[in-house]
Design a protein around this ligand. Structure first.
Ligand SMILES: Cc1ncc(C[n+]2csc(CCOP(=O)(O)OP(=O)(O)O)c2C)c(N)n1
Length: 319
């Protein structure tokens, strides 16, 4: 599989922006500049960025609680996203949602979601709209391995399958649901096997390899666009950090973490670009520096942005 040069370069930039974004978020949390909680996807950048970049104009995506890389892959405005995390009025949800509510319906970003598995039924509804309106667009539905044990997962796959809806159920299997390793919460190794129960294709991709992720999603989208119904894609990947910002990670070993860090998706793409002569090492360094600067600019913009006015406290929120 080859990816068009410009797309590949943009992908590399966005993966670096995603990494720098989350490093900055960690930094901001440690200093009490960011409140609430956050779930970092450091190590999962290829899975989030390349999958979204494989979509076409007009396609939709619903993101999970660990959605920063996917949002950046989908092409969010970095400043508005950082402003949302810092609780500022010019953030995506006017500063009232934070990390788990980066949504921009007009662009097709149906939103990150703090409800584990909540995106399944939202995606099925959005896919039904695409089918009914004959838009030719597909919906990419992000969720984690743990989320596939929820009733909503099974009902959504069943309905999407019998109605042949254009939805890709994209499961980022990072081996853990909070502190719970996969082998303790399901008796199968491959989540893709679950697709058979609903009569849809179940495909596995290497979530740390942009080429495999990109190709798998493009093929799944083609299947959907041909009216053949949904596809379940399992992306095998790993998060380097804890589940959320407070996690001692007593449930896994340093060896395991190191093993996965050696499969760094950004480093893999960097090495590929240099080996293939797409860019020189110096040029790639300059791209890395640009990504970091983009995030510094986003943070500065957010930090200097106003907080929502107290009079708007009950606007745009539901209870
Ligand atoms: C309905 C619901 N149940 C429980 C939680 C608490 N919770 C937040 S993240 C999480 C684990 C999710 O694991 P997984 O789906 O594998 O995604 P990952 O965090 O590994 O990306 C849980 C149980 C929640 N937010 N929503």
């Amino acid at each position: 599989m080859s990816i068009e040069r410009e797309t590949l370069l943009e992908m590399y930039l966005r993966m670096n922006q995603a990494r720098a974004f989350e490093e900055k978020v960690k930094w901001g949390f440690a200093r009490g500049m960011i409140h609430g909680t956050t779930h970092l996807s450091i190590g999962q950048e290829a899975s989030g960025v390349a999958s979204c970049m494989a979509l076409d104009e007009g396609d939709k995506a619903s993101l999970s609680h660990r959605g920063h890389s996917a949002a950046i892959g989908f092409g969010v405005d970095l400043k508005k996203m950082m402003a949302e995390l810092l609780g500022r009025a010019n953030g995506y949800c006017k500063g009232k949602g934070g990390s788990m509510h980066i949504a921009d319906i007009e662009s097709g970003n149906l939103g990150a979601n703090g409800i584990v598995g909540g995106g399944f039924s939202i995606s099925v509804g959005a896919a039904l709209t695409q089918q009914y309106q004959e838009t030719g667009n597909v919906v990419l539905c992000f969720a984690g391995d743990g989320a596939t044990n929820e009733g909503n997962f099974h009902e959504s796959l069943n309905l999407a399958s019998i109605w042949k809806l254009p939805v890709i159920f994209y499961i980022e299997n990072n081996l853990y649901a909070m502190s719970n390793p996969l082998e303790k919460h399901m008796n199968i190794t491959d989540i893709a096997d679950r697709a058979a129960s609903y009569g849809m294709p179940g495909v596995i991709c290497d979530g740390n390899d942009v080429f495999d992720v990109y190709q798998t999603i493009q093929e799944a989208a083609k299947h959907c666009r041909e009216g053949k119904g949904p596809v379940l894609v399992e992306s095998k990947t790993y998060r380097w950090d804890g589940h959320s910002k407070s996690d001692a990670q007593a449930y896994r070993t340093m060896e395991e973490r190191k093993e996965w860090m050696a499969k760094d998706p950004i480093l893999r793409l960097r090495n590929h670009m240099i080996e293939e002569g797409i860019k020189t090492a110096e040029e790639v360094d300059a791209m890395d520096a640009k990504a970091k600067q983009d995030i510094e600019d986003a943070f500065e913009f957010a930090w200097n942005s106003p907080e929502p006015d107290v009079s708007t406290l009950t606007e745009d929120v539901y209870a």
